[in-house]
Design a protein around this ligand. Structure first.
Ligand code: ATP
Ligand code: MG
Length: 186
């Protein structure tokens, strides 16, 4: 009996996905870049932040710690360099090392933005990373001439994710492996 059970399990592990399921997975699967900004690293909450993404079943395919300079900040935040808040943002992002992570999963960019919450921690709901671990407001930072400190960067669109991943990681720094979610979700 036990042998039959083991054989059935082995077959189930090897069963190929239905082709329509495969098409759906291929359509929805994507990657996104997350940065735990210097305040997240310095506060020692990297583990608690990463747990949120791991709990949702997202797969970590690349990770590195980096202390970026002004020139790299201008590349990463090129859409913001001409905005009034850019100087404060650059000072913030270069003030210490950041942790860069590439996650992979279904609707990855959208799901990660949902887990992270909106830009202004004051407005971010409890349950989101920015809502649970930060409380800065534009009202305060505008007057203080600071950047909004919100712990985390997450790619805003699929196109932004592709560009940012290519900026932060080489192909050989991104890994391919199977997770238990791939067995039970797909
Ligand atoms: P990120 O790109 O870091 O994930 P986001 O997409 O939520 O954040 P963006 O509009 O791309 O928001 O702004 C980039 C970062 O610049 C914000 O996360 C925040 O740290 C800072 N920032 C944005 N707008 C302001 C502002 N009006 N005043 C101060 N800082 C700001
Ligand atoms: Mg952004």
């Amino acid at each position: 009996m036990q042998e039959e059970h083991a054989q059935a399990q082995e077959e189930s592990n090897q069963r190929p996905l239905d082709s329509s399921v495969e098409d759906g997975v291929a359509m929805a699967m994507g990657q996104s870049l997350v940065l735990i900004k210097p305040d997240g690293v310095q506060r020692g909450i990297v583990g608690r932040i990463l747990t949120r993404f791991e709990d949702a079943g997202l797969k970590m395919v690349g990770m590195k710690m980096a202390w970026i300079d002004s020139s790299f900040s201008r590349k990463h935040y090129d859409a913001h360099v001409d905005k009034p808040f850019y100087k404060g943002l650059e000072n913030y992002i270069v003030e210490g090392p950041v942790l860069a992570i590439v996650f992979e999963g279904l609707h990855c960019v959208e799901i990660i933005r949902k887990i992270v919450g909106p830009t202004e921690p004051r407005k971010a709901l409890p349950g989101t990373i920015r809502g649970d671990f930060a409380h800065h407001s534009y009202e305060y930072t505008d007057k203080a001439g600071k950047s909004i400190k919100n712990l985390i960067h997450a790619s805003g669109t699929i196109a932004e994710a592709k560009k940012e991943i290519a900026l932060w990681f080489t192909d050989s720094e991104l890994h391919s492996y199977a997770t238990v979610h791939e067995k039970h979700v797909f």
